[in-house]
Design a protein around this ligand. Structure first.
Ligand code: 3PY
Length: 250
């Protein structure tokens, strides 16, 4: 039985006062009996503030990206050790916005994934196809290539420490969501792909769905057998909406 994970990806949103209101809203409504894991990934500069506002509530904190380097003259970069040092447990890696806007390749994403694990963080490895790729029928080819870059670089056993997030690019920031059947089809194919290398990894790995998940569609998505949680964009910036999704996850 895999514990569900509900993760908020705040992207480049927020200010001190916005975050104070958001976090107070979340911590005030968090159901202590909830079994799912809850995570928020704020912009890096606000991580200490968020940690402080969480106090002793069961909400983990993660980064949105990390450097593949350990330390050194890399202006503007944030290392895995720095995230860990500031109380992070997770880090998002290879989000489609980083792949498309910052030219992150499959191999760079694999190195970042490895660096996160080395630093004791759980990487949330994002994979997913564009609309064009889906229409050409190459969804699984694209997703498998993204996964294989990590398998070939780090080995299948590394996946014992990885969470995968399937985020169809056409459903990110568009308001369009994959239907529960479309999402389940890809999630199940991802698990089958991993099962070819390790049955144990395939059974235990969490595969999150990301791409315009909100309270109104979370129930059907989270009811799918291979969907183990959500990586939530816009809806994670509204305390009521995010907590509603956490409650649906149970
Ligand atoms: C979205 O839901 O838009 C996301 O990109 C989540 O990471």
């Amino acid at each position: 039985m895999r514990t569900k994970l509900i993760a908020g990806n705040w992207k480049m949103h927020g200010s001190k006062s916005f975050i104070e209101t958001l976090m107070n809203g979340m911590t005030g409504q968090l159901n202590a009996a909830m079994k799912s894991d809850v995570l928020v990934c704020p912009p890096t500069i606000y991580i200490p503030l968020v940690k402080n506002l969480i106090g002793d509530k069961a909400i983990a904190v993660g980064g949105q990206d990390l450097s593949e380097q350990e330390q050194g003259a890399y202006t503007g970069e944030i290392s895995g050790d720095m995230l860990k040092d500031n109380g992070c447990q997770y880090v998002i890696v290879g989000h489609s916005e980083r792949r498309s806007l910052y030219c992150e390749t499959d191999i760079l994403v694999a190195h970042k994934t490895g660096k996160a694990i080395e630093c004791g963080l759980t990487p949330i490895l994002c994979v997913g196809e564009t609309l064009e790729q889906r229409e050409k029928g190459t969804t699984m080819q694209v997703v498998e290539q993204q996964l294989d870059a990590v398998i070939d670089t780090l080995g299948i056993d590394a996946f014992a420490n990885i969470v995968v997030a399937y985020e169809p690019v056409w459903a990110i920031g568009t308001g369009v969501t994959a239907s529960p059947d479309q999402a389940q089809e890809v999630h199940s194919a991802i698990r089958a792909h991993l099962r070819n290398k390790s049955a144990q990894v395939a059974e235990s790995i969490k595969i999150l769905y990301g791409g315009s998940m909100k309270a109104a569609n979370a129930e059907e998505l989270l009811a799918q057998p291979d969907i183990d949680g959500g990586l939530i964009g816009g809806a994670s910036l509204k305390a009521d909406e995010f907590i509603a999704i956490c409650n649906i996850a149970g």
